[in-house]
Design a protein around this ligand. Structure first.
Ligand code: GLP
Length: 259
């Protein structure tokens, strides 16, 4: 894991956007794994800025989103379909047939989840997966207790997640109880992962994920097993890391490291 600590959320967003841009510059037809939530908003703004400036082209990109609430139609204001449209898809040129967001309104989820997994494989697998982290350490909607080998499936959301996400709905009661989500195993198959987090409210989850034991109680900790994960944090999210001085030392000395 590479840990990068930045002073501000804007810097976190720009650093993450640089990782995405580097991927697309090396492989213009890359498959991107995309996340929702408030954390990647700054990253998406930056990608849109690069695209509008003419330095980033998504014409050959394929994308797969991590998750969607079950029961929300594509047009529901809080659906992840709508989120992606508003905050990214409407502003960049990922061809519509290449965009995949799991359906929250399938009549056969078992079959749909199988199809979603097969479709990722058919497109060549995910080159770069963008992740946020939940307050309980979840990635996508892989709540504590999720198998670290899990695949795309329906997950019952934990109470903390319902409460955390209540801010987007009228009340916690309005947050859907179920979600369709890529599994931890699906995510770990991505060739590269960039996890971003900001704010002190993520500090404990971040510390558990990076420095705690690998455990299904904090599904982000499974990233310790991944060979190419970059974690980009602001000072708030990094504030509970025990080895923070070392991570900063590595960053400061990285340029001179033998290659
Ligand atoms: C939801 C999403 C996750 C996201 C998390 C954190 O649970 N399924 O993908 O990482 O929220 O969201 P936020 O960035 O708003 O804190």
């Amino acid at each position: 894991m590479e840990i990068i600590i930045k002073d501000t959320y804007e810097q976190v967003s720009c650093a993450a956007a640089d990782v995405v841009a580097a991927t697309l510059h090396t492989k213009p037809n890359a498959v991107l794994g995309l996340a929702t939530g408030s954390t990647p908003l700054g990253l998406y703004k930056e990608l849109i800025r690069m695209h509008q400036e003419g330095t980033l082209d998504f014409a050959q990109v394929t994308s797969f989103n991590l998750d969607e609430y079950v029961g929300l139609s594509r047009r529901h204001p809080q659906s992840y379909h709508r989120f992606m449209h508003e905050h990214l898809f409407a502003h960049v040129n990922i061809p519509e047939p290449n965009r995949h967001v799991p359906s929250g309104t399938s009549d056969n989820y078992r079959e749909y989840c199988r199809w979603y997994e097969a479709r990722i494989e058919e497109c060549g697998g995910i080159d770069l997966q963008v992740l946020g982290i939940g307050g309980d350490g979840h990635i996508a909607f892989n709540e504590p207790g999720s198998s670290l080998g899990s695949r795309t499936r329906i997950k019952t959301l934990a109470k903390q997640t319902l409460e955390d996400n209540a801010r987007f709905f009228e009340s916690a009661d309005d947050v859907p109880r179920y979600a369709i989500t890529m599994g931890v195993g699906t995510i770990l198959e991505s060739r590269r992962i960039v996890l971003i987090a900001n704010g002190e409210n993520k500090a404990e989850a971040v510390a558990d994920a990076i420095e705690g034991p690998v455990t299904s109680m904090c599904t982000a900790s499974a990233l310790q097993m991944h060979r190419d994960t970059i974690v980009i944090l602001d000072r708030g999210a990094a504030s509970k890391l025990k080895m923070i001085d070392y991570y900063e030392w590595i960053q400061a000395n990285q340029q001179d490291a033998p290659r």
